[in-house]
Design a protein around this ligand. Structure first.
Ligand code: HEC
Length: 405
């Protein structure tokens, strides 16, 4: 086994690829199905009073055409008089999204916590502290949310939403003051995702089980289960757009590396909620443009607020060759451990993002990207694992401003 130890990071890279692939597939299946049911619920129309359907207990139906066939879904108030033999339950879409998501969090973050979760400029944590904080927030998020749902506040949708949003922003604030920006963001997303899946596993599915159980026992199902499940699925519906942004946020260092990254996240999440609200109303036939307008205005405001300032002019050296030699020395010392054809940094099997800085040409070709990551965003070196200094960043800025020769 010893002899194959060097293949461990490579194996993890494959695990990362396969689990990420699975996570996206299950996530699409889950969110896709739930978007469809929200649309269905909001689009069905009541059958004519006294019609056959109304007598059967159908409260709404619609006709749709898709994939070369006609569909006629019907929704029963509480339940049909007689339970069908075969009943499809939507649950594995949600469960497998959480399982693959947690596996991905472990592979991408917990196995490489020093690079991916710890930012010494924020807090100098050990691996176990960082992982403990991450998992602690996932568990605490669900407990607090669930208690609030069961409290009297749970009955007031709008106020409940405001309080949950404020708590999520508080969590984002705390996490960005404990972990690296990207780990803070992904853990806010994982907190929301955990709440959503726990809603399915702990409330929605057990409620449906009790309804079905009551019917099988020959009784009438208690509508309270349906009402509770509905409350949770309304929350899940508003969580979707924020959570999806967070899942892609790791590509955008301009958001999570900002000095007020928690506020940037709060505003983008709010934009997602307003835009989702527009679609929910639209399904019901109400077109309220002010909601997406607020969402777009929030996004624009964030874009303007976090725009990089014009870089201060740093005097470059007169001799471009000497200037580049200094830049090359910095890159060798601070970047090459990871961005090389043969990385030496533990945990990196291949050059991250396929970016290699072994030769002068490879450095010059990526001057704009280097400048953006090192000077504008300070996102690289990741977690400043190689201890790059501000003077070195200024050197790169000067080289770039003089034309990156
Ligand atoms: C400890 C390992 C490590 C070190 C050291 C490191 N990087 Fe990176 N770099 C990464 C990882 C991981 C990614 C991929 C990040 C992602 O997927 O968002 C990356 C991505 C990048 C990207 C692409 C970013 C994008 O989203 O387009 C650039 C450019 C980059 N690094 C430049 C540098 C430079 C310049 C240095 C040295 C000053 C450096 N890196 C040091 C790990 C490292």
């Amino acid at each position: 086994m010893e002899a194959f130890g060097y293949l461990v990071p490579y194996g993890l890279e494959w695990a990362n690829l396969l689990v990420r692939w699975l996570h996206i597939i299950t996530g699409i299946a889950w969110i896709g199905a739930s978007f469809y049911f929200v649309w269905l619920d909001n689009s069905i129309r009541p059958p004519a009073p006294g019609s056959e359907l109304a007598k059967k207990g159908v409260m709404g139906e619609l006709w749709a055409v898709h994939g070369g066939g006609f569909y006629n879904p019907q929704k029963y108030l509480v339940a049909p008089a007689e339970l069908p033999k075969e009943l499809h339950w939507f649950k594995w879409e949600a469960y497998s999204t959480w399982l693959s998501g947690f596996a991905l969090l472990t592979i991408a973050y917990y196995f490489n916590a020093q690079a991916m979760m710890v930012d010494k400029a924020v807090a100098d944590l050990t691996t176990w502290q960082a992982v403990g904080i991450g998992i602690g927030f996932l568990v605490a998020g669900w407990i607090v949310y669930d208690l609030l749902c069961r409290s009297p506040l749970g009955r007031y949708d709008l106020w409940f939403g405001v309080v949950i949003f404020a708590l999520l922003v508080a969590a984002a604030y705390a996490l960005t003051h404990l972990l690296s920006g990207r780990a803070a963001y992904i853990h806010v997303g994982a907190m929301i995702g955990t709440i959503m899946v726990a809603n399915v596993a702990m409330l929605i599915i057990p409620g449906q089980r009790k309804m079905v159980g009551a019917m099988l026992a020959g009784g009438k199902p208690d509508p309270v289960h349906g009402i509770r499940a509905k409350q949770r699925s309304v929350h899940n519906n508003y969580f979707t757009l924020p959570v999806l942004f967070i899942m892609i946020s790791n590509h955008y260092a301009m958001t999570y590396r900002h000095a007020h990254a928690w506020l940037v996240l709060a505003l983008i999440m709010a934009a997602g909620v307003f835009i989702r609200h527009f679609f929910n109303l639209r399904h019901k036939g109400r077109i309220e443009w002010r909601y997406p307008a607020i969402g777009v205005a929030l996004l624009l405001a964030v874009a303007v607020a976090i725009a990089p300032s014009k870089p201060a002019a740093v005097a470059a050296q007169a001799d471009p060759a000497a200037e580049f030699a200094q830049v090359k020395a910095i890159m060798d010392q601070r970047c090459a451990a990871c961005h090389s054809a043969h990385p030496t940094q533990p945990g990196f099997a291949t050059a991250p993002a396929g970016i290699v800085f072994d030769t002068p040409d490879q450095i010059r070709q990526r001057a704009t990207q280097i400048h953006q990551q090192v000077v504008e965003l300070k996102a690289m070196p990741i977690g400043n694992l190689t201890n790059m200094t501000d003077a070195e960043r200024a050197r790169i800025a000067a080289w770039f401003a003089a034309g990156a020769k």
